[in-house]
Design a protein around this ligand. Structure first.
Ligand SMILES: Cc1cc2nc3c(=O)[nH]c(=O)nc-3n(C[C@H](O)[C@H](O)[C@H](O)COP(=O)(O)OP(=O)(O)OC[C@H]3O[C@@H](n4cnc5c(N)ncnc54)[C@H](O)[C@@H]3O)c2cc1C
Ligand code: SF4
Ligand code: SF4
Length: 422
């Protein structure tokens, strides 16, 4: 058992369940020294240390790893004088609900097509040269990989939620080395990695012109997707991955089916609700249970599903996104995209997020209790700075705190935060 407050190196980040698999440490250290690799079972991506790391590299990883550090103050220089701060959802300037105006994007994308529409707009209006995001791995379509898009067709290859593991930041430095302006799209924690790197590498502020993220509850280990193959009678069942020609989690409707297609073109579908809430359930990596920023507070624009109550109650609910602009740059992008007819939206206030993302507020409100449980169990916790955790805790009562505390103690008791290095 580690005897310290916070992890002191890459090994301790991973072994104490704080890694979320973003791939930034590979990008920083170089693939010859750190490479993202599969830990299977359960089927998740974790860094493998291939050569000993020098102190400077370890320090750079500790200062930028979003699993170990979230430091997102409401920074007036970045967020501007007009940004307000919500206890649960962070800095905001404008809030909208709507969808991509382009029907093809709207249909293909996860919810309202917000991210894909903004991605296409950014490259077509030459505000950036490319988008750095993710897409399905063409060779192993149940898996995903980082992806560079320079045009509409490439952006749309990435449309849709990839609910399995992916290391979006594994080639971030390669993108910075190009010396060209780009936008990064990812989960909130991926964008926190980019945000952390600002302090170490001035090229981030210069070249990463926009950061966009979606609200995120967690992602699933590969074993969840394999069980879907089994449930739908896919040839080879759980072991049928090599026979896949397509694996999609969402899109083509909202939320759209989880779809596996074999190499003969036969389609095996499961509804979103069955995939999430079916007999085998879901997996959560430990780090997602202590996520202090599930809605992308460090972005220029963050989006979320707009399901009333936080989740779909039926298939084909209709695809709407919520949008939050958080910086003047993100706000200007939103207003321009609305004026240009890229997005069809109505304006709201931040209270909309409490209607459509209540689970994210609850997560934040329980975080202090969960962190205390880690501390009291003698394990290191991440550094979370300026994320209003005391304020969020104060929104709930003692019983809520105790339930969160006990739940985390129990998970730790079962070893949920112990991982082996790949
Ligand atoms: C792991 C995961 C968890 C989610 N949890 C929630 C939740 O708790 N609440 C909620 O409202 N919505 C959640 N979503 C769905 C998310 O809200 C929608 O994807 C989002 O609203 C964007 O919809 P869109 O139509 O604008 O996206 P699209 O236009 O379909 O674009 C999606 C973009 O996200 C990128 N992307 C997809 N998957 C990943 C990934 N795993 N890592 C990094 N980048 C990725 C793609 O490259 C693409 O650029 C989750 C999605 C994922 C992938
Ligand atoms: S969270 Fe990202 S940077 Fe941190 S250890 Fe995991 S893969 Fe590396
Ligand atoms: S829940 Fe938080 S830590 Fe987990 S993948 Fe989503 S943004 Fe990252």
């Amino acid at each position: 058992m580690a005897d310290m407050d916070h992890p002191r190196n890459l090994r301790e980040i991973v072994e104490n369940g704080l890694c979320l698999g973003c791939g930034l440490c590979q990008s920083l250290a170089g693939e010859d020294r750190v490479r993202m690799d599969w830990v299977d079972p359960p089927g998740r991506l974790r860094p493998r240390i291939r050569e000993p790391l020098d102190d400077a590299t370890e320090e750079a990883i500790l200062a930028s790893c979003p699993g170990a550090l979230l430091d997102e103050p409401l920074d007036r220089e970045r967020n501007g004088p007009d940004a307000r701060e919500d206890p649960s959802f962070g800095p905001w300037i404008g809030v909208w609900k709507g969808h991509a105006s382009d029907p093809e994007i709207h249909h293909m994308a996860s919810s309202g097509g917000a991210l894909s529409a903004l991605g296409v707009y950014l490259v077509e209006s030459a505000k950036v040269d490319f988008i750095y995001h993710v897409k399905a791995d063409e060779n192993r379509p149940m898996r995903s990989r980082s992806h560079v898009s320079t045009n509409r067709a490439e952006v749309l290859e990435g449309a849709g939620s990839r609910y399995g593991p992916v290391a979006p930041l594994d080639r971030l430095h390669e993108q910075l080395d190009k010396g060209r302006p780009f936008a990064a799209i990812g989960k909130p924690c991926d964008i926190s990695g980019v945000h952390n790197l600002r302090k170490l590498d001035p090229r981030v502020d210069e070249l990463v012109r926009y950061t966009l993220a979606f609200s995120c509850g967690t992602f699933a280990d590969l074993q969840c997707s394999r069980r879907m193959l089994e449930r739908t009678g896919f040839p080879g069942g759980e072991n049928g991955e090599d026979n896949l020609s397509l694996f999609r989690y969402r899109g083509y409707g909202c939320p759209g089916p989880t779809r596996a297609v074999d190499k003969d073109g036969n389609v095996y579908d499961e509804t979103y609700l069955d995939f999430w809430y079916g007999p085998h359930g879901w997996t959560h990596q430990f780090r997602c249970k202590i996520c202090a920023d599930p809605t992308g507070e460090a972005t220029d624009v963050s989006v979320a599903d707009a399901w009333p109550g936080g989740g779909p109650t039926e298939e084909e609910w209709g695809g709407y996104s919520t949008f939050i602009s958080r910086t003047p740059r993100g706000d200007a992008l939103m207003r321009e995209a609305i004026d240009e007819g890229v997005l069809a939206v109505e304006e709201h206030g931040i209270e909309l997020m409490y209607d459509v993302q209540p689970h994210q507020a609850v997560k934040k409100q329980g975080l202090n209790a969960r962190l205390k449980a880690i501390r009291d169990s003698g394990f290191p916790e991440p550094v979370f700075r300026n994320l209003r955790l005391d304020e969020a805790q104060a929104q709930r009562d003692r019983r809520f705190f105790d339930d969160n505390y006990e739940g985390t103690r129990a998970r730790i008791g079962k070893g949920a935060n112990r991982e082996r290095l790949a």
